[in-house]
Write a protein that binds this ligand. Structure first.
Ligand code: TYM
Length: 340
């Protein structure tokens, strides 16, 4: 045991502006987990290199992301917040796990297939890192003997792969790794694009009207919600049905997640109203919610020395914890050391 409580690990790659999907899919759960779990919240900057083109943006994105972690209620006195590249044990375990991963299982990763298709369409070459990306994620998780991983639905397959790699390693070397479980909520684990609700809301979407960014200004948020795709059912009726009414169902999931109200409770309250009125309610709730979040974010973002202190202290804690797992693995693998 390297921690006294069950361990929870989550991360976001700072590859651009964070979206409402990131918030609803994972960040909104983080603060309430802090009392019951040993929480590690990581900024996956090495993952961001797989898609990153501009190093100045990456620096900014890392600090933006860190500020959002704090604004969402992650308390550095209760949880560990750290930047992945500050803890070199992640890269070391990444290599070792590469030796226990199979080419064919990586080829099956849906996220890789999607990203590769996008890169091909833009005439970009696919890096080996994009292919190996889920193994670094497995290293992140397994390094701390993680029990739970709160993620959106798109990352479920990666956590399953992590379990497979851990199982393979354990069957050869004994019970080295804890098998992690994904924590995925029924609603809000896949927020969809506003204009094309059959696809995931994603920070890399070329059509910015598909996406609510956490830093969008309020009038823009209202416009985006008002223009969101619904459907032409007559007479218009608000109910939850992903297949028949993907647009309305998506807006219901958004409203339910930010108000913490059950969808069935919302449906009773919304009975008989028109789509336009429904959108006004969503836009109003979301604007109020994001206004508060942005205010808190701005307070943290302007204090870079505080942000650096948090990241430094987090890294030191993680280095100490992860070194224990890594030493044990080196020992099992027969890698010798002449250093104390
Ligand atoms: P990333 O940066 O793409 O997304 C971060 C988190 O946000 C969730 N998410 C969504 N949830 C609901 N609806 C959406 N539209 C939506 N878009 C994104 C993702 O599921 C994710 O939970 N590989 C990871 C980062 C990572 C990680 C880890 C996660 C690196 N190491 C270890 C967990 C554990 C990624 O690229 O997430």
């Amino acid at each position: 045991m390297i921690f006294s409580k069950p361990v929870l690990f989550s991360a976001i790659q700072p590859s651009g502006n964070l979206t409402l999907g990131n918030y609803i899919g994972t960040m909104r759960h983080w603060s309430k987990m802090q009392d019951d779990y040993e929480c590690l919240y990581c900024i996956a900057d090495l993952h961001a290199l797989t898609v990153q083109e501009n190093k100045i943006n990456l620096k900014k994105s890392i600090l933006d992301t860190l500020s959002f972690y704090l604004a969402c209620g992650v308390d550095p006195n209760k949880s560990i917040i750290f930047i992945q590249s500050h803890v070199c044990q992640h890269s070391q375990l990444n290599w070792i796990l590469n030796c226990f991963s199979q080419f064919s299982e990586l080829l099956r990763m849906t996220q890789f297939k999607i990203k590769r298709k996008i890169e091909k369409n833009c005439a970009k070459r696919t890096s080996a890192a994009l292919f190996n990306y889920p193994i670094l994620m497995a290293a992140d998780i397994l390094l701390y003997q993680t029990n739970f991983v709160p993620v959106g639905r798109d990352q479920k397959q990666h956590v399953e792969l992590t379990r497979n790699i851990a199982n393979r390693f354990n069957s050869l070397y004994g019970n080295i790794f804890t098998l992690p479980e994904p924590l995925i909520t029924q609603y809000g684990s896949k927020i969809m694009s506003l204009l094309e609700p059959h696809k995931k809301m994603s920070k890399s979407d070329v059509n910015k009207n598909n996406v609510i960014f956490l830093l969008d200004d309020i009038p823009n948020i209202v416009l985006k919600i008002r223009h969101a795709f619904t459907d032409s059912e007559m007479p218009s009726k608000i109910y939850y049905d992903i297949e028949k009414k993907p647009g309305i169902s998506n807006l219901l999931e958004i409203l339910s997640s930010i108000t913490n109200k059950d969808i069935n409770v919302l449906l009773k309250e919304l009975e008989g109203i028109m789509y336009s009125e429904f959108k006004n309610i969503v836009a109003d709730s979301l604007s109020k919610f994001l206004f508060k979040l942005q205010k808190s974010y701005n307070n943290y973002r302007c204090d870079e020395s505080y942000l650096k202190k948090i990241a430094y202290e987090g890294a030191i804690k993680c280095q100490l914890k992860s070194e224990k797992t890594l030493k044990n693995i080196h020992d099992k693998l027969g890698l010798i050391t002449f250093f104390k």
